[in-house]
Design a protein around this ligand. Structure first.
Ligand SMILES: Cc1cc2nc3c(=O)[nH]c(=O)nc-3n(C[C@H](O)[C@H](O)[C@H](O)COP(=O)(O)OP(=O)(O)OC[C@H]3O[C@@H](n4cnc5c(N)ncnc54)[C@H](O)[C@@H]3O)c2cc1C
Length: 451
């Protein structure tokens, strides 16, 4: 009698967008999947907070942009279209104390934009149109496609060649740094080019209850163990991998798997890889993991009188410097007052610049609120309303920095990795949920031998 063959068992470490997408691919292929997540729920950096006293009750709800192909496909497959809420993308650039609207959708709006010299506005338009023509190759999510363009030039170097300093610092820099906070000097030019190729004409949405709904759907069929931080990986006889996890309470647990997807931020992945032998994680992959840098993110939110600021606005600092406050995003919310009556308020997410973020990370929340509240007026000088502290979210590994040449290196690492241990995460592609999911799918396909 032939022995009954059991399905291969795979551990996925990290329940963010990358790990959950990897789990989905593996479950679909018939694998038995155990997903370890250190946090209390799935979604990782894409997980929103919930506060029942406001309506809608979610905060830092990440944007799904109409040019995310994999996410679009999953939304369709899971029937999640009704979960989507369209949001407007009114961008204001604040330069020399003056907020001015800049819509990437309207060339006319661009031509009226006063912060940049007229010649730059024309050059910017022509540059954008040129990149739109190369859209297919300038894929913000797929390093395989963009790697050939990643020639070691930084976004700032390219921007200053294409536009005057003032033009670049008031047209493109604020749109990149206002979203990701990393300096254009530190990122690949191809990242800026891909953004130019895709931004115009895009539609922006959020998930009604937070983007984690998608992560949760992707993880269906896996044995999900939240509150389990993986602390150690070891190879054992026969090339299998022993995973040790520390539950939120109780003794560490150890289990052995046929293979593993490591889908945690690169510095944590580098630590987990340290105990594995060279033949399992090669020197190139280790160097890649160890060299990834992140820009941390600190989201400090306030409730304000709606008369104080425009609603549905993304208000961003212009100019070349690292400002004390990088951007504010404003959304209307209904709040219950002390008598239980509904009152209209603006929920304002304030994101400090790089230096202030680093200084405030991990500090007591009262200190964070107290330091950030006065900074709101650096972006909106006429703000009369008093900001009421509401909620803080810290992301120490906020945005992996796509350094010049990094897309080339990530393609090499992705190509060379294979069973029993593979890596996934947005640090392979771009700091977007779409890119994170794509990296998870690719890593899973490596284990399945289909890539
Ligand atoms: C403030 C902010 C706003 C953003 N806005 C947008 C947006 O609007 N649209 C968009 O597309 N993208 C946005 N992004 C980017 C997006 O959030 C990320 O690119 C994406 O979520 C990264 O997913 P990931 O799975 O690679 O990593 P993560 O989300 O970091 O997932 C890693 C998971 O691993 C877990 N983990 C860590 N260590 C361990 C361990 N030892 N054991 C077990 N589990 C562990 C973590 O808890 C986490 O859940 C934003 C990011 C930030 C910080």
């Amino acid at each position: 009698m032939s022995p009954v063959s059991r399905p291969a068992r795979t551990a996925v470490i990290g329940g963010g967008m990358a790990g959950c997408a990897a789990a989905r691919t593996l479950v679909k292929a018939g694998r038995e999947v155990v997903l370890f997540e250190a946090g209390e729920g799935l979604g990782g950096r894409a997980r929103s907070w919930h506060r029942p006293e406001i309506e809608p009750h979610v905060g830092i709800n990440l944007m799904y942009v109409s040019f995310y192909p994999l996410m679009t496909e999953l939304i369709r497959e899971y029937g999640l279209r009704d979960e989507l809420v369209k949001i407007s993308s009114d961008v204001y650039i604040v330069h020399k104390g003056r907020p001015v609207p800049l819509s990437s959708d309207s060339p006319l709006n661009l031509l009226k934009y006063p912060h940049a010299p007229l010649a730059d506005r024309f050059r910017f338009l022509l540059w954008s149109l040129g990149e739109v023509r190369r859209r297919k190759q300038l894929d913000l999510f797929d390093p395989v496609k963009v790697a050939p363009f990643d020639d070691g030039t930084s976004a700032a170097e390219l921007g200053y060649r294409k536009l005057s300093r003032e033009g670049f610092d008031t047209l493109l820099r604020p749109q990149i740094e206002g979203f990701w906070n990393f300096a254009c000097e530190k990122i690949s030019a191809v990242h800026a080019r891909a953004l130019l190729a895709w931004l115009g004409g895009s539609e922006f949405y959020v998930f009604r209850d937070g983007m984690q709904v998608l992560a949760e759907r992707n993880a269906e069929g896996a044995d999900v163990r939240t509150g389990h931080e993986v602390t150690d990986l070891q190879t054992v006889d026969g090339g299998r991998v022993r995973v040790t996890a520390r539950p939120a309470s109780g003794e560490p647990v150890t289990e052995t798997f046929d293979d593993v997807v490591v889908a945690v931020p690169a510095p944590i992945a580098a630590k987990l890889a340290a105990a594995l032998p060279q033949e399992v994680v090669g020197a190139g992959t280790r160097r890649f993991l160890e060299s990834q840098e992140y820009e941390p993110a600190l989201s400090v939110s306030f409730l304000l009188d709606p008369a104080g600021l425009p609603s549905h606005a993304h208000i961003v600092a212009g100019g070349p410097d690292d400002p004390p406050l990088r951007n504010m995003i404003t959304y209307p919310r209904r709040v219950r007052d002390e008598q239980g009556r509904p009152v209209d308020r603006l929920l304002v997410f304030a994101y400090p610049g790089r230096a202030v973020t680093r200084r405030l990370l991990g500090r007591p929340t009262e200190e964070q609120f107290a330091e950030v509240a006065p900074l709101l007026r650096t972006l909106w000088p006429d703000l009369a309303a008093e900001p009421q502290p509401f909620q803080i979210a810290e992301r120490p590994f906020g945005f992996p920095i796509p350094a010049p040449g990094r897309y080339r290196r990530s393609v090499e690492v992705m190509r060379n990795q294979g069973a029993p241990v593979v890596f996934a995460g947005d640090y392979f592609n771009s700091p977007t949920t779409e890119a994170a999911m794509l990296s998870g799918v690719r890593a899973a396909e490596k284990l399945l031998g289909t890539r």
